[in-house]
Design a protein around this ligand. Structure first.
Ligand code: SF4
Length: 252
């Protein structure tokens, strides 16, 4: 059991000092979009529970964000159940435990998802640049279509636009099958996220190398070491372990 309990008002401060990158990323996206898809709500919700956030605080936390997007009435109707479910208060009443790194790393986040492990998934999941690329693609497809109509070459141009769309869809599902290959976009996203945590220079390059060579937990361990100034001999194997080790160092 973790030694610390966290309360609603401390979440942002604790995230900045002690959350691993996967959980910081989801908190950022939740604050930005006032929404997280199911995979994110489960991964992040169980982490917060494991870190010591009580059910009432968890409900207040998710309601404060989601109500800005969907309204508090819809939150209470559609989403509160899932928060209580995570705490074993609904359905099978199982007291679910937070996901380990291994489980998170083997997830296959799709477009619009923000769960998973950034050291593995930033290249294939839908972080902001990917969404921008998708939007640009659809704008291009739409203009190809209207151009086609106006030049009476509609059939072939529309065919081109739709086959490009089909290719992109195929590309996406292929990316889900081989998500280990971190693309340039993923690399830039990871680099920027690590910079934001205050990691740079040699340490940053070493971490990038480890992530590219698929040593995700080692990359995370090295991030912990670089941001806490201590060595972490056991290595990181669970986001809640990252959190409690961090709190131990900071409270010592
Ligand atoms: Fe999160 Fe584990 Fe990935 Fe670190 S290695 S970012 S704790 S899933």
């Amino acid at each position: 059991k973790d030694a610390v309990e966290i309360s609603l008002k401390d979440i942002d401060k604790l995230a900045a000092s002690s959350f691993p990158l996967c959980m910081r990323h989801m908190l950022d996206k939740l604050r930005e979009n006032h929404h997280l898809k199911h995979g994110g709500r489960v991964q992040f919700g169980l982490f917060l529970k494991g870190a010591g956030l009580k059910l009432e605080d968890a409900l207040a936390f998710w309601r404060a964000e989601f109500s800005q997007k969907v309204g508090s009435e819809r939150f209470d109707k559609e989403y509160a159940y899932n928060v209580r479910y995570n705490y074993g208060k609904e359905g099978k009443r199982t007291d679910y435990t937070p996901y380990s790194c291994q489980k998170i790393i083997s997830a296959t986040p799709g477009v619009g998802d923000h769960h998973g492990c950034p050291y593995r998934h930033f290249g294939s999941s839908s972080s902001a640049p990917e969404e921008a690329a998708a939007a640009a693609f659809f704008a291009a497809s739409a203009s190809a279509f209207f151009l086609a109509v106006s030049t009476a070459a509609s059939a072939s141009a529309f065919f081109l636009a739709s086959s490009a769309m089909a290719q992109r869809r195929r590309g996406r599902s292929l990316a889900n099958l081989i998500p280990d290959v971190m693309g340039t976009v993923g690399e830039e996203n990871l680099r920027a996220a690590l910079n934001k945590m205050g990691v740079n220079g040699r340490a940053l390059e070493d971490i990038m190398d480890k992530a590219k060579n698929r040593h995700y937990q080692l990359a995370c361990t090295m991030t912990f070491e670089a941001t806490h100034g201590v060595s972490c001999d056991t290595g990181i194997n669970h986001p809640n372990q990252y959190f409690s080790e961090s709190q131990k160092v900071l409270r010592a």
